[in-house]
Write a protein that binds this ligand. Structure first.
Ligand SMILES: Cc1cc2nc3c(=O)[nH]c(=O)nc-3n(C[C@H](O)[C@H](O)[C@H](O)COP(=O)(O)OP(=O)(O)OC[C@H]3O[C@@H](n4cnc5c(N)ncnc54)[C@H](O)[C@@H]3O)c2cc1C
Length: 400
């Protein structure tokens, strides 16, 4: 693999940096702590995210790797990754991960031409946001056990059931939904994917689930006789599992998590340089130095892994990139957890303070500590990723 950027890529990177340097000056402070969750947290944050979304679309950066016919520039995936790296460095919002990174690439592979022309352009223009309607109270890791029913009634479907942990459903305009269209077929056999046009439609009720720190990020979503037109079913009826597996791999790729840890690590190093304990600076403590070095090595490994996923996807090696996406996901979420554990540990009791003048680094590490377990669970738990790596990557026997 060639790691060197071309002159054009260096110039692009500079342009991204200059843009975010200016635009993030006015960002609400919540984005400094956790951009992917901050965007849902208040009306002000949501407005800032939406306006950034439009600015990125106007620059052509939201969808640069998409084919031109759907509003992209056909740029190499590596250019897109470079953008994502700078975007994550500045903790910027403006990317609707569910629409841009997950549903849109799925549509490009599985939707018909009419659907592509209708659904993709508003995503490319940064005008809409999506949520992901997959998990249910009894169907998380075992997603194919889901029960939400979409019953065909000639020209439309009637949807009844419940989803849970639906990130951002209280803000999103649309949802991509996985529902059971044939209860007689076993598990993954009878599932179909739908584009839900309006999250405010009669028949949809969104109820908040609050985090332990009180913030509102995910929800329960209830469907009662929701009408969904037949033309909003994506792909063949009962063939939704195949496209859903593709969506899962798009969800698990990405470099943002590694860059976020890298930026946190810089702050931690600065903290250890400037904080004294037992007569010396923390950075002089050999155990702390060793751990910081180990985290740094892991961040660089993770970045290389994320570039490798993009490189393989670019070459069309989808089987290889699926296993790599699982590797990247499990390594990235567990690295975030290692960093949060280590930092709150060596900060001592001060490390447990949240909003206080005595909270080290404005409480960002205790915030990371409280949230990091979610990263190991979302998008498929670490155990599930390891199962995939074992059977799909290493060819070990599959037991379920
Ligand atoms: C922050 C966050 C955001 C989320 N956002 C969304 C969203 O927007 N939309 C959505 O649809 N869902 C979302 N989810 C839900 C997420 O996809 C599920 O929580 C996840 O798939 C796990 O399912 P579960 O919670 O039902 O746990 P379970 O599947 O019940 O798992 C419980 C435990 O058993 C283990 N386990 C289960 N099966 C196996 C197995 N075969 N082998 C080994 N171990 C196993 C798991 O690893 C886990 O430790 C989100 C979750 C989180 C934490």
């Amino acid at each position: 693999m060639d790691f060197k950027l071309t002159e054009e890529q260096e110039a692009l990177k500079k342009e991204y940096i200059e843009f975010f340097e200016v635009e993030m000056k006015d960002a609400p402070p919540e984005f400094r702590i956790n951009p992917s969750e901050a965007l849902y947290s208040s009306d002000e944050c949501w407005e800032f995210h939406r306006s950034m979304q439009k600015k990125l679309a106007a620059k052509g950066w939201l969808t640069m790797a998409w084919p031109e016919e759907y509003g992209g520039r056909g740029a190499p995936l590596i250019d897109q990754l470079l953008f994502s790296e700078v975007h994550a460095t500045y903790r910027a919002p403006g990317i609707d991960g569910f629409g841009i990174k997950m549903f849109a690439p799925t549509l490009m592979q599985f939707a018909n031409e009419e659907q592509k022309k209708r659904i993709l352009p508003p995503i490319a223009r940064g005008e809409v946001s999506y949520c992901q309607g997959w998990s249910e109270p009894d169907a998380g890791s075992d997603l194919a056990a889901l029960k939400t029913r979409a019953e065909y009634r000639g020209g439309h479907y009637v949807v009844n059931g419940q989803k849970i942990w639906t990130t951002g459903a209280h803000r999103a305009d649309h949802m991509f939904l996985l529902a059971r269209t044939d209860p007689d077929q076993k598990r993954s056999g009878g599932l179909s994917v739908f584009n839900i046009e309006n999250m405010k439609a009669p028949g949809i009720e969104v109820r908040p689930i609050k985090y332990m720190n009180g913030s509102h990020f995910y929800n329960e979503v209830y469907f009662t006789d929701l009408i969904v037109p037949e033309e909003d079913r994506i792909g063949e009826e009962n063939a939704g599992w195949k496209s859903t597996r593709a969506t899962m791999n798009f969800e698990r790729s990405g470099i943002g998590g590694f860059i976020s840890v890298r930026e946190r690590l810089k702050e931690l190093i600065e903290y250890t340089r400037t904080t004294k304990r037992d007569g010396g600076f923390l950075i002089e403590n050999p155990l702390i130095r060793q751990k910081l070095a180990k985290l740094h090595i892991d961040v660089e490994l993770g970045r290389a892994l994320a570039y490798k996923v993009a490189w393989e996807q670019e070459k069309g090696n989808l089987a290889v990139s699926a296993t790599l996406a699982s590797q990247s996901k499990v390594f990235g979420s567990e690295l975030t957890q290692r960093m949060a554990n280590f930092s709150t540990e060596f900060m001592g009791l001060h490390g447990q303070l949240e909003a206080s003048p005595w909270a080290p680094l404005n409480g960002i590490m205790i915030d990371a500590y409280q949230r990091c377990m979610g990263g190991n669970i979302a998008a498929g738990t670490s155990e599930i990723q390891r199962n995939i790596i074992a059977w799909a990557g290493l060819g070990l026997p599959r037991f379920n």
